[in-house]
Design a protein around this ligand. Structure first.
Ligand code: HEC
Ligand code: HEC
Ligand code: HEC
Ligand code: HEC
Ligand code: HEC
Ligand code: HEC
Length: 406
């Protein structure tokens, strides 16, 4: 009797521990995944952990910042404010900025402190994994394969896999032990019935169950890889500092200058075009002093005009070469307002990228937007053929690959 109570207490404890363990594994994985996903979505276009991309390799960044995570978080929120401000590491950040040819890192005002911390935790974990892998390579053969795959930046960090497998094995061992105990401790009255393990065994060892496990693993791998692949090259929120403090808020907002006055290509062809200095000089021949910066900024326009050296505006929106996008088709034919795609530009002192310009973004709009057939004679014939009241862009072929891809 005594022994049985003791044992069932032990049995309970085992059950609780196993649950806690599974929970911890789950939460740990979620957290690591979270930081990684955030890194892939926001930082991977310019950073890798172990090599230089546009920005520096981020391994060991904690040490370079005197292990003061709070300072790194401030920097990530707005690197330009940090560089030009008077913070603890501003001098270091300024030097780094010069070293990287004054390439401006995107400001991440939309990320919370906790999200940046999750990213930094991910970087820290990767740094440690790299250090370990390098150590293993130096001491013997055993560490070498792990090192090479970590160095290659494989999809799901091998360290994570090893962790999952190890914890999975422990969980399985505990499960078997618990089931064995429950068989031992079964009360006499239940002696005749099959035990939990006896009932579960045919299921767990069946081919279908194994196939299911493999399938779940595969789906996870595919979704993780897709999330990573889809975020490559997208720059929503990108807001570089421009060579002249030109403000759309002043020009398009306050003074209500039409977008087409400067972006002369927008109704005529593929490209909206950035205005040449000549267009600015239409007004700035006369207006040589601004209310905010005095003569300083406008002097740059005059200098460009006199020397013939164009102002080197930093391009913000940039689709990959394989995509064909035509402004006139959307603005003139489709009648879509600039703001639908570019956001409230007339309120922006500095322009930033408002939409992610992903393929999904183009496709969604083509699925939903009805083509205005009445205002456009081009569609009269098409309209008759289709004999439908509402025609979306999709119906006129707006989802065909070759329409958007060269
Ligand atoms: C548009 C490119 C770009 C993006 C996107 C970007 N960075 Fe940067 N990052 C840079 C550049 C360039 C530097 C070098 C300093 C500079 O030029 O301001 C830098 C520097 C850093 C540094 C300092 C590195 C060191 O060695 O001290 C940290 C930390 C950092 N970035 C974190 C991040 C994080 C976190 C994200 C994502 C939330 C991110 N960056 C996204 C370009 C980028
Ligand atoms: C007085 C001239 C002028 C007017 C008017 C003007 N822009 Fe611009 N626009 C510029 C210049 C110069 C740039 C390049 C510098 C910059 O990005 O701020 C630019 C850049 C842009 C960009 C980013 C281009 C890139 O690099 O990807 C967009 C989008 C844009 N303008 C949209 C608009 C819209 C929408 C309007 C009307 C609401 C408008 N602009 C009115 C001069 C003008
Ligand atoms: C249709 C007339 C017009 C055109 C074209 C024009 N501007 Fe202006 N710009 C103005 C006016 C008006 C002001 C406001 C002056 C003030 O601040 O009182 C101004 C102010 C400025 C300022 C000074 C801001 C300040 O407060 O110090 C800059 C810089 C500037 N413009 C750049 C440009 C550039 C670059 C272009 C060409 C891409 C351009 N402008 C084209 C009318 C124009
Ligand atoms: C249907 C969405 C959409 C609309 C509407 C739209 N744009 Fe764009 N715009 C884009 C995309 C996408 C790009 C990037 C093009 C590229 O990289 O080839 C872009 C790029 C630009 C650029 C960068 C330089 C260039 O010539 O490509 C400017 C400037 C610009 N747009 C201004 C405007 C103005 C002004 C209007 C309104 C008159 C407008 N856009 C309407 C989607 C749009
Ligand atoms: C805000 C809605 C919207 C977005 C976003 C948008 N489009 Fe469109 N697109 C339209 C409309 C509306 C038309 C139809 C214009 C017409 O011919 O009447 C169109 C037509 C087209 C066509 C011609 C299709 C045909 O069959 O003639 C191409 C190509 C195209 N878009 C490419 C793109 C690409 C590439 C992107 C993303 C970078 C994009 N569009 C984003 C609304 C949008
Ligand atoms: C309405 C316009 C549009 C249509 C239709 C469209 N795409 Fe795209 N596609 C895009 C844009 C925009 C991008 C770039 C997004 C980015 O920057 O990642 C893209 C990117 C891609 C990429 C990724 C390329 C790379 O280097 O990452 C592939 C692959 C692709 N498209 C295949 C297709 C196929 C296949 C179809 C037909 C079923 C198709 N697309 C139809 C607009 C379109």
């Amino acid at each position: 009797m005594e022994l049985r109570y003791l044992c069932s207490g032990f049995h309970m404890q085992m059950k609780l521990r196993m649950r806690a363990l599974l929970l911890a594994v789950g939460v740990g994985l979620l957290w690591a995944q979270d930081g990684k996903a955030l890194f892939q979505a926001n930082c991977a276009s310019c950073h890798a952990v172990n090599r230089r991309v546009v920005g520096p390799a981020l391994k060991g960044v904690h040490e370079r910042w005197g292990n003061d995570e709070q300072e790194i978080i401030k920097f990530v929120h707005n690197s330009q404010a940090y560089i030009n401000g008077n913070f603890k590491n501003s001098a270091y950040a300024k030097k780094l900025f010069e070293q990287y040819n004054r390439a401006v890192m995107t400001a991440f005002t939309g990320l919370s402190d906790a999200e940046i911390k999750a990213i930094l935790d991910y970087i820290k974990a990767e740094t440690e994994a790299l250090a370990k892998a390098e150590g293993g390579q130096a001491t013997g053969a055993a560490g070498a394969p792990a090192a090479s795959s970590a160095g290659g930046g494989s999809d799901i960090s091998p360290i994570l896999w090893v962790l999952v497998l190890a914890l999975g094995a422990i969980a399985a061992a505990l499960l078997v032990a618990t089931l064995a105990l429950s068989r031992l401790l079964r009360p006499e009255s239940e002696e005749g019935k099959p035990s939990l393990w006896e009932r579960l065994r045919p299921i767990v060892t069946s081919k279908r169950f194994v196939a299911l496990l493999v399938l779940v693993g595969f789906v996870w791998w595919v979704s993780a890889t897709t999330v990573k692949a889809r975020s490559v090259g997208l720059h929503k929120g990108y807001q570089p500092v421009q060579p002249v403090a030109f403000s759309h808020k002043t020009h398009a907002g306050e003074y209500k200058i039409a977008c087409q006055y400067c972006h002369i290509g927008v109704e005529k062809g593929k490209s909206a075009t950035i205005p040449s200095t000549n267009i600015c000089m239409n007004c700035h021949t006369y207006i040589q002093e601004g209310s905010k910066y005095g003569k300083k900024e406008i002097a740059k326009i005059i200098e460009s005009y006199e020397t013939g050296k164009p102002i080197e505006w930093v391009r913000i929106h940039n689709l990959p070469d394989l995509v064909y996008f035509n402004h006139a088709q959307h603005v003139k034919v489709g009648g879509i307002a600039c703001q639908t795609c570019h956001g409230p530009v007339e309120e922006m002192d500095e322009v930033y990228q408002y939409n992610d310009l992903s393929m999904g973004w183009c496709i969604n709009c083509h699925r939903q937007t009805k083509v205005d057939l009445t205002a456009n004679p081009y569609y009269t014939r098409l309209h008759e053929q289709l004999k439908e009241k509402e025609v979306t862009v999709e119906r006129i072929g707006g989802l065909e690959c070759s329409k958007c891809h060269y």
